[in-house]
Design a protein around this ligand. Structure first.
Ligand code: BYC
Length: 315
């Protein structure tokens, strides 16, 4: 069948909301876009464990330590579901990890900022997981079956993460002057990087148009960012704190909050590897990979031994 006909059948399926499954025909660019986005997402989950892992041994109570350990473990799980979803598109996990370690594959800009105080754990839960949910709930309906199914589980866990973050900030915001100052400082540092998580303006985005046609993305970067600003501007009032943006103002006509200009120079600088912690994050991942070599070898030897045994038993 000519490629144009295959493409038409494919697009008709997308338009009719039929999920694309691994063995279905798909345009090469659709496959490549999904590998790029899903692997970038998986890497973000794995690298995202580092800034929070940094506080596990310093959590202020046993309860907070248990919650933080559970959250970081969930992130490892999200990375694994997502690597598995990407593998169904014909790339191996080793290739994806090599792309991360060589700097070829991107991961979210947000994880290249340092976590300086305990309040950062609450603010990451509230703002970073909050931005992730805003972006990821529509991905539960993304057109590629394995990705959409992985995202349903990821989103359920992310909403727990966001609530625990906000709850911990509610407690701190009712605490001492010092605790309140710590929360405000963390909000001031994380607010703008959180807005950058949604990616460049749609007018600058290289992938949005094709991704929306293929229903990989359901909304543009700017629409999701606006929804996030509207949500957080209300939530911050419950903490009696402020967002660090003098231009934040309700616009009656648009029925949305207007907000200030994002520093795109900072964003591209971080994305291209020159953020405050890019080097530290990649060094930590490469070191973990090298030190885990013996586990991979042992698992492989075990699997080979089991395969030989079951072959012998079957004979
Ligand atoms: N950081 O054409 P665009 C999480 C890149 S949450 C770095 O709009 P696209 C977690 C983009 O890759 C974070 N790079 O791209 C939360 C593209 O470059 P390439 C992860 C970024 O893909 C809590 C270029 O800029 N979430 O995991 O249509 C705890 C132009 O952008 C960023 C996901 O990955 C950024 N912020 O839209 C633990 C969700 N933004 O690749 C973990 C799934 C843009 O063409 N991903 N770039 O060289 C998405 O929804 C989309 O990939 C994005 C970007 C909205 C992020």
């Amino acid at each position: 069948m000519p490629v144009q006909n295959m493409e038409k059948i494919f697009q008709d399926k997308i338009d009719a909301e039929v999920r694309i499954e691994p063995k279905d025909w798909m345009p090469e660019k659709y496959r490549q876009t999904l590998i790029r986005q899903i692997s970038q997402h998986a890497h973000s989950e794995i690298v995202g464990m580092l800034p929070e892992g940094n506080w596990i041994s310093r959590a202020p109570s046993l309860k907070r330590k248990q919650i933080l350990i559970a959250k970081v473990q969930d992130e490892a799980g999200h990375g694994l579901y997502l690597y598995s979803a990407a593998e169904t598109l014909g790339i191996s996990r080793d290739e994806m990890i090599e792309q991360l370690h060589s700097g070829k594959a991107k991961y979210s800009s947000i994880f290249n900022y340092p976590t300086l105080t305990w309040a950062d754990m609450g603010v990451i839960g509230w703002l970073v997981d909050g931005a992730a949910i805003m972006n990821q709930v529509p991905l539960c309906r993304t057109s590629y079956g394995p990705y959409s199914r992985a995202m349903i589980r990821v989103c359920k866990e992310e909403s727990f993460h966001q609530r625990q973050g906000f709850e911990s900030l509610v407690v701190l915001s009712k605490g001492s002057e010092e605790q309140r100052a710590m929360v405000q400082d963390a909000i001031d540092r994380w607010w703008w990087p959180s807005l950058m998580m949604f990616g460049p303006h749609d007018s600058e985005s290289t992938n949005t148009e094709a991704s929306m046609k293929w229903k990989i993305k359901r909304f543009g970067n700017d629409e999701l960012r606006q929804r996030f600003v509207d949500m957080c501007t209300e939530q911050v009032k419950l903490l009696n704190m402020t967002l660090p943006d003098p231009d934040l103002k309700w616009n009656e006509e648009r029925q949305h909050y207007d907000f200030g200009k994002i520093n795109w120079e900072e964003f591209w600088n971080v994305v291209s590897g020159n953020g405050p912690c890019n080097k530290q994050r990649l060094d930590a991942r490469r070191k973990a990979w090298e030190e885990g070599g013996w586990v991979r070898e042992a698992a492989k030897a075990h699997a080979e031994k089991r395969a030989v045994r079951s072959k012998r038993e079957a004979a």
